[in-house]
Design a protein around this ligand. Structure first.
Ligand code: OFO
Length: 165
């Protein structure tokens, strides 16, 4: 079984993952509103990925014989000033999530919860990928600058994302 402290920490992380799903869905809705269907598609898939991250934690807590307690999910931001502002927010958010995962790893190690430490390594690797994707996307958006034509091309590119990407 997990310690009470670890159970609470993993439950908090379930909430953080579902908040991420909510935030990215909100970004998707914003992109629909300002008519970038490709960015909206990319964000919707990202939102689904975050739901999977939450579900994976949920299954793990249950598998250890502990309890899941779902809390309310904070309302996400729903307006941004520009496409670049959204992708900047994504990178900042992923950096924040990385720090949350690192805190969980530290707790697992300091309390000798080696099974949870091993479970969390999947998230450690995933965060490297998440930050890399966020940096790549932001770099492309920045290079496009105010060019509507380049943003149109990028919107098309991100619109080709498949479920497994
Ligand atoms: Fe769950 O990886 Fe993004 O937040």
């Amino acid at each position: 079984m997990l310690s009470e402290k670890m159970e609470k920490a993993l439950n908090d992380q379930i909430n953080a993952e579902f908040y991420s799903a909510y935030l990215y869905l909100s970004m998707s809705a914003y992109f629909e509103e300002i008519e970038y269907p490709g960015f909206a598609h990319w964000m919707k898939l990202q939102s689904k990925e975050e739901e999977d991250h939450g579900a994976k934690l949920y299954e793990y807590v249950i598998s250890r014989g502990n309890n899941v307690s779902l809390e309310s999910i904070e309302k996400p931001q729903d307006k941004w000033d520009s496409v670049e502002a959204v992708f900047t927010h994504v990178l900042e958010h992923e950096q924040l999530v990385t720090s949350l995962i690192n805190d969980l790893v530290e707790l697992a190690i300091s309390t000798k919860d080696y099974a949870t430490n091993q479970f969390l390594q999947w998230y450690v690797a995933e965060q490297v990928e998440e930050e890399e994707n966020a940096r790549d996307n932001l770099g492309k958006i920045k290079r496009a600058g105010d060019s509507k034509d380049l943003l149109f091309l990028l919107d098309n590119e991100l619109g080709t994302r498949r479920e497994e990407d």
